[in-house]
Structure formats: structure tokens, C-alpha cells
Design a protein around this ligand. Structure first.
Ligand code: DQQ
Length: 574
């Protein structure tokens, strides 16, 4: 606990003082604001461009905004700089898709044009009003740079593409009230409806206390602030992009945002500006007091559960009423925006949309890439009952290892040799930094070496290590960028999370989506997820390799491994 606290303070200092590994998304780089792909030097590095992740052809993107399904089309809006590969000039870019895989790039839905958003159209959400009428709530920056909450509606509801949006003149709907911090008041949620009242949340802070305030409305136009914060937590700083939704206790299906009742729990997520990670708790929504009470099954704050223990921020979920699932989108920034990456002419990707549901333990969520992704798999390589003794490494040949989908189940015959777990090891990332894939263990490290060069000068290992604590086993999952690139000066974190999994059957599964500069991994069926951005210089294109490995003294067996090359979607915003 003490170590945890110390670590939090340490991270806070590093983040604030040195901005280590954290990109201040609101920083402006004037020089690059109008930099275009063809104006850049010889440094355009197409080798790091993703094959099947969501990207526009060029320029900067950040937060996914208000995804939705409307008349059979998925709509993704996102923060986008039409003029360059760094944050700035932000508009709501707009793409549509029939399958969440192929995307058509449309004109931006909204951009600064009226006094209530003349200095910026920042993040927000979509709510579907009765009669299937979508409405956008978003944060505008007014002439005084105050953050205010606005709305926009489609011009023509019979157009499934919803190409044009109107920003009526009765905006803004909500302005920061007396005593509120007008420069920290943003990112309205999807609204939900209880007993004839709409409710929505806006992220803010009071001094260092992060919080969300709730607003109520009967008609969606006149909003009244609730007296008490919906939820808050001391020392957590600004709460960006809050998300709040119900999850079913008894079914794997997703739920409409307004569902309340005995058979649901609620999930509350915030994007903590100070750490740039998305944290969530599972809890209860008190609809009478309009308050959220997290269950005490996990930490509420910095040491808490994350959607993803790697590069994943400002996420947003929506209910897909066609397939009855809740889909989560997250943004992965480049690791090194200010220097290396602007030269590419693009920055930022959206991670693969994931279905999200409550785990049977009811303590956490489980995420899995949407099933549509599997349509991109082509040649399949399979391996079964392959024993990996200490130091073994098996190459998975026959696929495009730089653009691949890999699913593997490891079988651990015995946990006897598991290393002792020191209870002071509360920080998974620190632990992974000390006990990397090359550090021999008892049970593990074992897993995959992704984006590896032939002779392993470069590799991004995704692996497990099992420890034995007093009364249970502790499973650590790492996605370690330390050796990912020979290029100097990159941010190469040892991202890691613990996996709350029962090892009674001796099995641990891992799925990794490998896509040139991103490795997106799902441990134990999606209980722990980690996304890394990496920039190899040798392990690129046909020179990227994939291996399975074991560096533990206990042998493990690959019970089954399936790997596929991934084809590119036919259309990716081009
Ligand atoms: N990005 C948006 C803000 C939000 C932040 C601006 C999160 O609305 O708080 O681009 O990345």
C-alpha cells in the first residue's frame, strides 16, 4: 500500500515535471499545424502504418466520439486535426461502416463555426432520442475559452450516412456554473433516461479532486445541475471522457444505456488526465439520489482496474441494438508524438472495437475483439501439443507476422516451481520492468515474441509469469516494449497488469493482434488487456517474425495455437 502510494506520487511528479511517456493532448505545435504528408522529409515511415486498425489516410486523431449504429450503419466520430499530424484545429471527423472493419471517410460532422464552439469542438457522445433521433452532445470552447456543452442534430434523418449536422442557436445547453472550473468542464456522456428525466454527466475537477457532475432534463434542452457530484475521488485530477453504462448480471448481451434494475450492475469509467489511462469500477447506481457507489471489489482511483494496461485512452462505449452487444472503442496515441511520429504525416489509431461484458466474478469486465475482425483472417497456421522446455523458442512460420491475429492456449503441468510473490509488488508495470521476458523464472515467463527480428535484436514479448503468494497464485501479464526497437530515444514501457484467473485447470490463454506498430493483447479470454505501440526498424514488413517461448524452469505446453495472416480491409477511409 505504502509502495503503491509512493509510486503514485512518483508517477505524478514524473508526469507533471517531465511529461514522461504522456502526451499532453492539448499542447499546440504551431510548426506542424499545416504539415502535410508530401511536404515532409524523406522520413515518411509507412512501415509503421497499421494494416487493419482504424486510421484516416493522414493527420492526427485522438478520442473516439459518440460511436453509434443508425439505420444499419456504424458511425464513428473522432477528434481529428485536418491540417497536421499533431493535436490542434480539432473537428469531429466522421466515418461510417457496415461491418466495423471497412470505413468510409465523410466530411467532418462538426467543426468550430459558432460563438459557442469557435475555439474548439472537443469530445462528447451520441444519445438516441425516442423515434430513432440521434443527438450529439459535445464540448465547445467559446470566445473566452470556457468549456460549454452543446448539441448538434442531423439535418436529414432519412440519410443513413447522416452527412450533415446542425448546431442550433439555442446552444450552449450547459455552461460552467458559479465556482466551477471553466477550463476543466468537458466531455458529456451519452444520456440515459429514468422516470421521464434525461441524465448526463460532465467531467471536471475541484482543486485536485476529480469528479463528474450530473445534469437532469425533461426535454434534453433545459438542463439542471444536481447538487452533489455523481461521483468524485480526491487526488485524481481532471476526469476526462467519463462513461457510464449498465452490464447484465446474467447474460453476455449488452444493454441499452438507460437499463436499470435488479439484474444489472453499473460500470463507471474515467480517463485520468494525470496518468492518461482509463480506469473503471463496477458498482451500483442509486437512481433516486443520482449517485454512483463503486463496489469495494477494486480500488477506486489510480491503482484500480483499467480497461487496458497499455496505450489506451479516452474510450467510449455504445450499445449496438442490432447485435445486442456493448462495444468499446479506445484511442492509442503514438508513444513519441513530438519527435519521431509527426514525420510520418499521421499520428494515432483507434484500437479494434471490443465487446465488453461483466465477468462471472462480477468484479471486473471482460473484453474481446468484435467478431467481425475474424473476416480478415486468411491463411491459418496451427500448432498443438508443443512442449516448451526452459529456454525453448518456436517460430510460428507461414503467416505475415507483422500483420496477424494469434490465439494460443498454454497448459501448465504444475505450479510447484512458481516464484514466491512479495505482497509489496503492487505495481505490475514495475514488476514487469524488473522481471522481463529474458529473466528466468519458475512458472514463466512464457508467451509470444511478437514483431521480432530474425536474430532477436528486436522483439515485443507478450507473456505471463506465475507467482505463488500465501494463499493463491498471482498471474502477471506483460507487454514489454523495452526491446521493441533499436531506435534510440523512443518511449518503451514495460506495460503490465495482473490477471485474476483461476489456474485450477492449468490453462492460460492469450490472443494478440499484431499490426506493424501496435500489439493489442487479451489475456485469459479478455480479463486483462494490454496495447503497446512499438516502432521496430528491423522487424518490419516481411522481416517481422513471431515466436512462442518459455523462460521458466517448469515446462509448459502449447495446447493449441492458431495464427492467421490478416488482410487489410478493402476500405480504410480512403
Ligand atoms: N481530448 C479532447 C477533450 C478530452 C481530451 C480534446 C481527452 O475533450 O478531454 O481533443 O483526450
Amino acid at each position: 500500500m505504502v509502495v503503491g502510494k509512493f509510486f503514485s506520487v512518483f508517477v505524478l511528479c514524473c508526469v507533471v515535471l517531465f511529461n514522461i511517456g504522456v502526451e499532453g493532448s492539448h499542447k499546440v505545435y504551431p510548426h506542424y499545424q499545416s504539415l502535410k504528408l508530401d511536404e515532409t522529409s524523406a522520413n515518411v515511415k509507412e512501415v509503421h502504418r497499421t494494416g487493419f486498425h482504424f486510421q484516416p489516410p493522414e493527420n492526427w486523431i485522438n478520442d473516439p466520439n459518440g460511436p453509434m449504429i443508425y439505420k444499419g450503419l456504424y458511425h464513428l466520430f473522432y477528434q481529428y486535426n485536418p491540417k497536421g499530424a499533431v493535436w490542434g484545429n480539432i473537428v469531429w471527423a466522421h466515418s461510417v461502416s457496415k461491418d466495423l472493419i471497412n470505413w468510409e471517410f465523410l466530411e467532418p460532422a462538426i467543426w468550430p463555426s459558432k460563438p459557442f464552439d469557435i475555439n474548439g469542438c472537443w469530445s462528447g457522445s451520441v444519445t438516441i432520442l425516442p423515434g430513432n433521433r440521434p443527438i450529439i452532445l459535445y464540448t465547445g470552447l467559446d470566445p473566452q475559452k470556457r468549456q460549454v456543452q452543446n448539441y448538434a442534430i442531423p439535418k436529414n434523418l432519412s440519410d443513413p450516412y447522416l452527412r450533415e449536422w446542425i448546431k442550433p442557436d439555442n446552444n450552449p445547453l450547459v455552461v460552467p456554473g458559479e465556482g466551477m472550473n471553466a477550463t476543466a468542464f468537458r466531455d458529456p456522456t451519452t444520456a440515459w433516461r429514468v422516470d421521464g428525466h434525461w441524465k448526463m454527466l460532465v467531467g471536471t475537477k475541484r482543486k485536485h479532486r476529480g469528479m463528474t457532475v450530473l445534469y437532469r432534463s425533461r426535454d434534453f434542452m433545459k438542463w439542471t445541475k444536481a447538487q452533489h457530484p455523481f461521483h468524485s475521488k480526491e487526488h485524481t485530477g481532471m476526469w476526462e471522457c467519463p462513461d457510464f453504462f449498465p452490464v447484465s448480471l446474467h447474460s453476455e448481451n449488452g444493454l441499452d444505456t438507460s437499463v436499470i434494475g435488479e439484474n444489472v450492475k453499473h460500470v463507471f469509467k474515467v480517463s485520468l488526465d494525470l496518468t492518461r489511462y482509463d480506469y473503471y469500477t463496477v458498482g451500483t447506481y442509486d437512481k433516486n439520489k443520482d449517485r454512483y457507489i463503486p463496489d469495494n471489489t477494486s480500488v477506486d482511483g489510480w491503482g484500480g482496474l483499467r480497461y487496458d494496461y497499455g496505450n489506451f485512452y479516452a474510450s467510449k462505449s455504445f450499445f449496438d441494438d442490432v447485435k445486442n452487444r456493448r462495444i468499446l472503442w479506445g484511442w492509442a496515441n503514438e508513444s513519441d508524438t513530438a519527435t519521431h511520429d509527426v514525420e510520418k504525416g499521421w499520428a494515432g489509431i483507434q484500437l479494434i472495437p471490443r465487446t465488453v461484458r461483466l465477468d462471472s466474478s462480477r468484479k471486473q469486465l471482460v473484453q474481446w475483439p468484435v467478431e467481425e475482425l475474424e473476416t480478415l483472417r486468411w491463411n491459418n497456421v496451427e500448432l498443438s501439443n508443443q512442449k516448451l522446455t526452459k529456454g525453448n523458442k518456436v517460430e510460428i512460420k507461414g503467416i505475415t507476422a507483422g500483420q496477424a491475429d494469434v490465439e494460443v492456449t498454454f497448459k501448465i503441468p504444475s505450479l510447484e516451481k512458481a516464484e514466491p510473490f512479495d505482497p509489496s509488488w503492487v505495481n505490475a508495470q514495475e514488476l514487469c520492468a524488473h522481471k522481463g521476458s529474458h529473466v528466468q523464472g519458475g512458472v514463466g515467463p512464457f508467451g509470444l515474441l511478437t514483431l521480432a527480428s530474425k536474430n532477436l535484436e528486436e522483439y515485443t514479448p507478450v507473456f505471463f509469469r506465475v507467482f505463488k503468494s500465501k494463499d493463491k497464485h498471482v498471474v502477471l501479464m506483460c507487454s514489454d516494449a523495452t526491446s521493441s526497437s533499436l531506435k534510440q530515444g523512443l518511449y518503451k514501457p514495460s506495460f503490465a497488469g495482473f490477471v485474476d484467473v483461476d489456474l485450477a485447470d492449468g490453462k492460460l490463454s492469450l490472443r494478440s493482434l499484431i499490426d506493424h506498430s501496435v500489439v493489442e493483447s487479451f489475456g485469459a479470454g479478455g480479463k486483462t488487456c494490454i496495447s503497446s505501440r512499438v516502432y521496430p526498424i528491423l522487424a518490419v514488413m516481411k522481416d517481422a517474425h513471431l515466436f512462442a517461448f518459455n523462460n521458466g524452469s517448469e515446462s509448459v505446453t502449447i495446447e493449441k495455437l492458431n495464427a492467421w495472416s490478416m488482410v487489410k480491409p478493402k476500405q480504410m477511409n480512403n
